[in-house]
Write a protein that binds this ligand. Structure first.
Ligand code: NAD
Ligand code: TYD
Length: 340
């Protein structure tokens, strides 16, 4: 299989490419990434250095029709997994435009080019955030829960899901959509809750918790999400949507306390700050369809997953330090300045 992975220099894409090349000897991966602030080509440098022809990197924008058509033809691609996205809710609040450009127009362009090139397998990676927010006693989201996004990020992802679904309904293009809950693990950019809190705690800096810290997320280790996407790629029913979750619903304050305890840092570092506008209260995923049709089951519980993640960040301080400059600092300074 010659697999095109888009957004492979980001958090989940990096984990997915290593996992797939590790598990499948007959696989070639072409990684197409625009290298935004969140994309780091060096994550996959060991694969480039190997030079065995099983990994290729191309810098391009999924919204560019000529570039996508050229990649699909040149590498005779027979499967696509689209991870490429603007992915941070807070950035989408500060400036929604790039989210429309990549998550909506880019997602539509990529599925269109893949259909025109006759690529027979296609996975569009989406998120539980398209369903909106749950109350404390509501049942978990299923694939038929109506889409009700709250942020420009989740609205852009919902728009893409509807477009990809339309390619199946209108043209019979056999795309599969996956929706996953909050990921954590190696290579996650330190603007998201878990790597941000690890990074700040290690520096003895205040940990900014939005609102009262009781918003709930369903945490899944990135390795389990990657396994789910792999199953959807090989076994997904054309036109289907699959939910993936980690079965680890936790309030943010519990996550942060767990990190502080593991690092031996005081809870006095926790600082409650002004809430994120439109902040979803709770996400929870019912992944019984994926369990039934794909054999999906998360393997990590949160205790093991967070321990592995803390160890990775401890061992990869230069990776984190390289990010703590330039564009990262500009966004973090301006976003958190208004929240204290
Ligand atoms: P990320 O922000 O870490 O990485 C995104 C990658 O996409 C980066 O390498 C970036 O350079 C690249 N990219 C951005 N715009 C591009 C464009 N126009 N063309 C080509 N490449 C582009 O994101 P992530 O956390 O790895 O998320 C990957 C996907 O999974 C996204 O679609 C996201 O919506 C989805 N998802 C993420 C989570 C999560 O918890 N992180 C949960 C569910 C779903
Ligand atoms: P985040 O990692 O941004 O993921 P998402 O918004 O996609 O769920 O945030 C996870 C939770 O942590 C969410 O409820 C918002 C909260 N949060 C904070 O309390 N403080 C922060 O500085 C950040 C980045 C997030």
């Amino acid at each position: 299989m010659r697999l095109l992975v888009t957004g492979g220099c980001g958090f989940i894409g990096t984990n997915f490419i290593y996992a797939m090349l590790g598990r499948h000897d007959d696989l070639t991966v072409v990684n197409c990434d625009k290298l935004t602030y969140a994309g780091n080509r060096a994550n996959l440098a060991p694969l480039e250095a190997r030079g065995d022809g099983r990994y290729h990197f191309v810098r391009a924008d999924i919204a560019d029709p000529a570039a996508m058509a050229a990649i699909l033809a040149q590498y005779r691609i027979d499967a696509v997994v689209n991870f490429a996205a603007e992915s941070h809710v807070d950035r989408s609040i500060a400036d929604p435009e790039p989210f429309i450009a990549t998550n909506v127009r880019g997602a539509q362009n990529l599925v269109h080019c893949a259909m025109q090139a006759g690529v027979p397998r296609y996975v569009h990676v989406s998120t539980d955030e398209v369903y909106g927010s749950l109350g404390p006693d509501d049942p978990a989201f299923t694939e038929t829960t109506p889409l009700d996004p709250s942020s420009p990020y989740s609205a852009s992802k919902a728009a893409a899901d509807l477009l990809v679904g339309a390619y199946w309904k209108t043209y019979g293009y056999p795309a599969v959509i996956t929706r996953c809950s909050n990921n954590y693990g190696p290579w996650q950019f330190p603007e998201k809750l878990i790597p941000l809190m690890i990074s700040l705690a290690r520096q003895d800096k205040p940990l900014p918790l939005y609102g009262d810290g009781t918003n709930v997320r369903d945490w899944i280790h990135v390795a389990d999400h990657c396994r789910g996407v792999e199953l959807a790629l090989f076994k997904g029913r054309p036109g289907a949507v699959y939910n993936f979750g980690g079965g680890a619903e936790l309030p943010n304050i519990t996550v942060v306390r767990t990190i502080l305890a593991a690092l031996g840092k005081p809870e006095s570092l926790i600082t409650f700050v002004k809430d994120r506008p439109g902040h979803d209260r709770r996400y929870a995923m019912d992944h019984s369809l994926a369990a039934r049709e794909l054999g999906f089951a998360p393997e990590y519980d949160f205790a093991r997953g967070i321990e592995q993640t803390l160890a990775w960040y401890a061992d990869n301080q230069p990776w984190v330090a390289a990010i703590h400059s330039g564009e990262y600092r500009r966004f973090m300074d301006s976003w958190y300045k208004d929240r204290s």
